[in-house]
Design a protein around this ligand. Structure first.
Ligand SMILES: [Zn+2]
Length: 388
C-alpha cells in the first residue's frame, strides 16, 4: 500500500512538473512576416528527409492557406537533398539536379526551367519570415508545390511529411526535363485574338504507341490502350462538330511510325498536333504534365499560336480532368513528334501508369478525359477566334 502511495506521489510529481511545460508548448507556430505576427496551426516539429528524421523544433512546418510551409534553409540547404539556393531580391531559385525552380515573395507564380506557371503554388512563399521564438529571418515556401516541381518526392503519411530523393536512373525517364532555359517572363496569354474568318480547324490527334509498341505498362493496363481509349472518346465529340476536321494517326491497335505520324500532320497542313500519352516512372510518381519543344516554338507558330501556348492550354485542361498534381510544362527538344511537325504541337502525359492509384483512375476516366480534351480544344479555338 505504501509502495502504491509513493508510486502515485512520484507520478503526481512528474505529472505536475510536466504540466506547465506541456501548456507552454503551443500547437501554434508564430511567424512574423511583413511586420505582422500570425499564429499558424498544424505545427510539425520534424519531417523525414531520405528516411532520416530532420528536427525542425525551432522552425516548424505549418499550414498556410491549405499548404504546408517549410523553412528553405533548414530543409533544403543542410540536407541530403543538396538543393542549390540562390536568392536575389524578392526571388529565390532552388536548383535540384537539372531542374531550376524560381519562386517569388508573396506570389503564387512558379518558374520551372524557364517556363512560367501563374497561380501554380499552393500558397505564397514568404521572404523574411521570422519565427518569433528565433532570431533571423528566412524564406518559407510551400513544400509540396516546390518539391513536386523539383522532382523530389513529397508524401504525407499519418500526418508526417516525407521528402525523398529520386535516383539518377529514375530521372532518366520521360519526365526528365531538358535544362534549356526559355525566356523567363513569358506568361499565359489569355486575351482573345480578334475573330478570323471562320474556317474548319484541322487537327491531328495522335494516340501514342500502338500495335507492337505497348508504351509503358502498369500492373493492370498498357499505355497504348489507355491512349487510344482517350482519343476515341474525344473522337465521338469531334465527329459531331463540323467546325473541326480531325485526322487520327490511329483509331485501332496499329503502329504508325513516328515519321508517319509527323507526315500525317504535315501533309494535312494541320493547325494543331496533339499527342496523348501516359507517363511511367516510380510507384510513387504522380501528376499530369505536357511536353512541348521550345526550340521550335517560333518555327511552328501558326495563326498566332505557339506550341507553348497550346501546351499551356492543354495542360490546364488535362490537370482539371485528372485532378492529379500539376507538374506543368516540360521542354523536350529530342522527341520526333515534336521535332518534325510543322505546326503547334504538344504531348500530354495524363498521369503515371506506374502509380497504381493513378493507373486505376485513368482507366476508369478515359471517356471523361476524351470529352475534356474535346472541350479544351473547342474552348481554346474559340478564345483564339478560329471558331465561333
Ligand atoms: Zn508514351
Amino acid at each position: 500500500m505504501r509502495r502504491m502511495i509513493s508510486t502515485l506521489a512520484v507520478f503526481l510529481l512528474v505529472f505536475s512538473l510536466c504540466l506547465p511545460l506541456s501548456v507552454q508548448a503551443s500547437s501554434k507556430v508564430k511567424v512574423r512576416y511583413k511586420g505582422v505576427t500570425k499564429s499558424y496551426s498544424k505545427k510539425k516539429t520534424y519531417i523525414f528527409i531520405n528516411g532520416e528524421r530532420k528536427d525542425l523544433s525551432t522552425t516548424p512546418v505549418f499550414l498556410k492557406s491549405g499548404a504546408y510551409m517549410g523553412p528553405v534553409d533548414k530543409i533544403f540547404k543542410s540536407s541530403p537533398l543538396k538543393v542549390k539556393i540562390k536568392q536575389s531580391g524578392k526571388k529565390i531559385a532552388l536548383t535540384y539536379k537539372n531542374r531550376k525552380l524560381t519562386v517569388k515573395d508573396n506570389s503564387k507564380t512558379a518558374i520551372l526551367n524557364g517556363v512560367t506557371e501563374k497561380n501554380a503554388l499552393g500558397a505564397t512563399p514568404m521572404k523574411g519570415a521570422v519565427y518569433t521564438n528565433t532570431k533571423g529571418s528566412r524564406w518559407v515556401v510551400p513544400l509540396k508545390s516546390v518539391c513536386t516541381r523539383l522532382g523530389i518526392s513529397y508524401k504525407i503519411s499519418d500526418g508526417i511529411i516525407y521528402l525523398d530523393e529520386v535516383t539518377e536512373s529514375q530521372t532518366n525517364s520521360v519526365t526528365n526535363p531538358t535544362p534549356v532555359p526559355v525566356s523567363t517572363e513569358q506568361t499565359i496569354n489569355t486575351q482573345a485574338a480578334p475573330p478570323l474568318a471562320a474556317s474548319q480547324v484541322v487537327l491531328v490527334i495522335d494516340a501514342g504507341h500502338g500495335g507492337i509498341d505497348s508504351g509503358a505498362a502498369g500492373k493492370l493496363y498498357r499505355e497504348k490502350n489507355l491512349n487510344l481509349a482517350i482519343v476515341l472518346a474525344a473522337k465521338q465529340y469531334f465527329d459531331r462538330d463540323s467546325r473541326f476536321k480531325v485526322i487520327y494517326t490511329r483509331t485501332d491497335d496499329s503502329y504508325p511510325s513516328l515519321d508517319d505520324r509527323c507526315k500525317i500532320a504535315n501533309n494535312n497542313n494541320a493547325d494543331l498536333f496533339i499527342c496523348v500519352h501516359i507517363n511511367s516512372y516510380l510507384p510513387s510518381s504522380t501528376g499530369t504534365l505536357t511536353l512541348y519543344n521550345n526550340s521550335r516554338n517560333e518555327a511552328t507558330k501558326k495563326n498566332g499560336i505557339t506550341s507553348r501556348d497550346l501546351a499551356l492550354a492543354m495542360q490546364a485542361s488535362a490537370v482539371s480532368a485528372t485532378g492529379f498534381p500539376d507538374k506543368g510544362l516540360m521542354n523536350r527538344t529530342g522527341l520526333r513528334v515534336l521535332n518534325k511537325t510543322n505546326m503547334p504541337a504538344c504531348l500530354i502525359e495524363y498521369g503515371f501508369i506506374s502509380n497504381i492509384n493513378e493507373e486505376r483512375l485513368m482507366y476508369s476516366h478515359t471517356s471523361y478525359y476524351g470529352r475534356k480534351l474535346y472541350e479544351a480544344i473547342e474552348e481554346y479555338m474559340k478564345l483564339k477566334g478560329r471558331i465561333k
